[in-house]
Design a protein around this ligand. Structure first.
Ligand SMILES: O=C(O)CC1=CCC(=O)O1
Length: 252
């Protein structure tokens, strides 16, 4: 898979990988890159089927989403990196920290879950294959942002554009990866120091899902931000940047 990506920040600095959620792309991290790239080499990329990364017919599994990251790290000659992921990106991060612990230094899991069930995701996959991405705009924005943020024209325009630019088959196949994910049992095996961030108003992965991850991962700590829904890093960029810099060791 030819994974679309962007590298920012000083050559030779520790690397932070940023992984996007379902229906978004690497622009999800626009508010993090300036702050993180002062101290880190920031590698943000598009999950398969999203942004500029191509699509293979689904279903996908986390093995493929995690495998894409390992292949990208190999291609770029990066042995080990910090990793932050939002939602599907966080699921990818848990898979990597469980299956390739030697490649992941510190882990940040934002608005994610280790178990979201399967039926709703298989239904969503069928719906998007039938109706296309434009039909995903109106249901997605109220999950992603609290009402005040969802009304901001800049937020609306940018995230609507990400949704419609995602590939319907790629999005559906990623829904199937969520339906089939199997990371819950492996959480006790994660040794990377782990920060779990939740949005207090997140209807998709509420704070109880962050607590469940923290019960499994020995070294985890949870921070709950408010007001913030599912895309807490876009709604509360300053708070998330401060937490990430502190966690990855780049705080001033
Ligand atoms: O339903 C949504 O759009 C929220 C979500 C679940 C997994 C993910 O990456 O985003």
């Amino acid at each position: 898979m030819n994974v679309d990506h962007e590298l920012t920040g000083p050559d030779g600095a520790p690397v932070v990988v940023l992984s996007n959620s379902l229906g978004t792309d690497l622009r999800l991290w626009d508010e993090q890159v300036p702050a993180l790239s002062e101290r880190f080499r920031v590698l943000r990329y598009d999950q398969r089927g999203h942004g500029g990364t191509g699509t293979e017919p689904g279903p996908y599994a986390l093995d493929q989403l995690g495998g894409d990251v390992l292949e990208l790290l190999d291609r770029l000659g990066i042995e080990k990196a910090h990793f932050a992921g939002v939602s599907l990106g966080g699921m990818t991060g848990m898979w990597l920290a469980e299956r390739a612990p030697e490649r992941i230094d510190r882990l940040a899991l934002i608005c994610t879950s280790a178990d979201l069930g399967s039926t709703p995701w298989l239904e969503r996959a069928a719906k998007v294959r039938a109706n296309g991405m434009a039909a995903m705009v109106e249901p997605s924005l109220p999950r992603w942002f609290t009402p005040a943020a969802a009304e901001r024209p800049d937020i609306r325009a940018k995230f609507e554009d990400m949704i419609v630019k995602a590939d319907a088959e790629g999005y559906a196949a990623c829904c199937e990866a969520i339906a089939g994910m199997d990371v819950l049992g492996g959480l006790p095996g994660i040794t990377a120091p782990t920060l779990v961030i939740a949005g207090a108003e997140d209807p998709a992965t509420p704070p109880s899902h962050a607590e469940r991850i923290a019960e499994g991962v020995r070294s985890a700590r949870v921070e709950v931000l408010s007001p913030a829904a599912h895309l807490a890093n876009a709604e509360q960029p300053d708070a998330v940047n401060e937490l990430l810099l502190e966690h990855f060791g780049g705080a001033a």
